[in-house]
Write a protein that binds this ligand. Sequence first.
Ligand code: F3S
Length: 769
Amino acid sequence: ATISSQAEKDCRSITPPYEKLQKKLEEVRAILNRPLTLAEKMLYSHVIDPNKSFSGGGTIRGEAYLQLNPQRVAMQDASAQMALLQFMSAGLDRCAVPTSIHCDHLIQALEGADADLNRSIITNQEVFDFLESAARKYGIEFWRPGSGIIHQIVLENYAAPGMLMLGTDSHTPNAGGLGMLAIGVGGADAVDAMTGTSWELKAPNIIGIKLIGELNGWATTKDLILHLAGKLTVRGGTGSILEYFGSGVSSQSCTGLATIANMGAEVGATTSTFPYSANMRAYLQATGRSAVAAAADQAASQGFLRADEGAEYDDVVEINLSELEPTINGPFTPDLATPLSKFKGFVEKQGWNDTFSAALIGSCTNSSYEDMTRVADLAKQAGDAGLTSKVPFLCTPGSEQIRATMERDQITPKLESVGALVLANACGPCIGQWKRTDNPSEENAILTSFNRNFKSRNDGNNKTMNFLASPTVVTAMAFSGKLSFNPQTDSLTLPSGKLFKFTPPNGKDLPSAGFTLGDLSYYPPPMPDPQPEVEIVVKEDSQRLELLKPFSSHFGPHNSRGLELPALKVLLRVRGKCTTDHISAAGPWLKYKGHLTNISENLLITATNDESGEMNVAFDKDTNSQGTVPEVAKRFKSRQQPWSLIVDENYGEGSAREHAALQPRFYGCAMILARSFARIHETNLKKQGVLPLWFVEKSDYLKISSGDVLETVGLADVFDGKPDAQVSVRVIKADGTAFEIATKHTMSADQLKWLRAGSALNHIRSTRN
Ligand code: F3S
């Protein structure tokens, strides 16, 4: 069944509770007593207890830890697996907040939409069956394969000005295009929101991005964020929210703003956001959410959806849109920005071949109606002149709604007539799900309208140089096949010998006939009731999925040390940088994201053993032998020997990947003693029932070796209601000598309950059943 125009949606679960939020904000104002930026207003109004989070005012940004109540969760099919497995072990019968699952990452691009979709559904059937059955059981909105890419669907259906949402994908901030705070997190954080546990975030700094002037000619919002990435670099937004303001914001379409917010992830920003605008209202109305628009209008009239007069930013970057020109970023890093007019010289200087091998448009970053109409305008100009694409030209629509509207409005036929292949509504080549038939293994270049261009990301070939550009620049260049072609100034020679030059593309931000929904079977009912009788499908012999068995508590009759941890054997002293990637490698291991036993085979395989200087080597002093880290960890587990790690500075930096905490715990890790921890990973360890301790004297790190036995001293006092009691560690060496070293802990009262229960989810299960 299809319907030809967008119907009004049930907006009950997507309209932010503006009155409640504004009331909360008043409590915050009473403490902080200063003008607030827009991002601060949105974030702080979701704080659970202002008195606790702001404890009397002072410096908040970059210092305070906020306990928040997000309003919604969205998960993509790859990361949803472990998030759901964890949620299941909490023993709840429904999610505490509206949640959606989107099947988009596992669809491989090869022949075209239908064939690719059918093939990928068969290949990944067990994962999709699992996700769907879990969705039905817990009342989660399930967007099946082919429905579209998570961020486009969220923008079309769930995003709302002022909302705080979490998504288990780094480009979740895309929804910021609708003036909200959408933050990409790991599965364990999503589970916090899904179980109704407070979600913790260090209050970000706020970087103001002032936009003045107007975009013109070929320049688009993609060029703005490509330019900004060049200015800020991949680290420039770390720990910060990018808050845009100025006269140049309101003239941009909502989907154009979403492109900017989407790629804020490329500069490391927590998220990006914009003040509510007439274009946001128009987009809400065009996508069946007039009720949200009306509520947002009212909240905006009370000043909620914009910054206070006089609000201060930690830094301000000003960009004049009138001076902005199309920009191409890459290769291999999204912050290597080159203006289009200088790109030819840049390519020549590097000595690269002038040709490129494929042009790809779409993805969650750039598949809006506006993008597609502008691209279709170029395709028509070229087609009328008798040109076709010189290179494979692939287009990924972001959603079924976009695909169906493109077809109805003759966009797809225009693209196909010049040689484009329209792929399934999914991530496809953007996430490496691209089976190239030309399969170049040598150095080659591709042009994409995507957001990331790390080595090997698209086709697995680390010599493929991915240059990021706007969809219009990618499309125009596809008709030349040359990196040196600048469609703003250069002409192409037609078979007749005449010259052809593109005129700057025109597009429409919204379809005049409204959006068409397309195949209605893709749309889940809003707020489905949980069906507790549904059995979650996980095959006994599955290699990709495994139900999580709750971790047992370290305390109880089996532990003769009472409320101290049992005696722990040191498995490894890790040297230097140890990110979540070192702890749980990605790449080929991604297929085991839903199978803790299988993925744990990668535990710390790229970490360096400080005692031997080697990677993936651990010593088993009990048998006077050595093995890989997973091998020795497995031996400890089979001996029921709980163990500990000694680690260096900033242990667990990098990402919120919960596997990096789950895997050591799975093999029996009970404590990690560090020179310092990355905060998110430290919290993830606590959630899984691992005690993180900090050396008071960092030099003590060298006093502990593998095979030593560690005993906590003083933990029982902390459990006993003395949170500030000193916890030290008694080290017993192989020759029987012993000494004590001082440590610090950062456990809150709630986190102590998690440790006692064996994990946060065990604790939730025990309190709610
Ligand atoms: Fe998918 Fe690529 Fe976006 S992987 S979510 S289309 S960044």
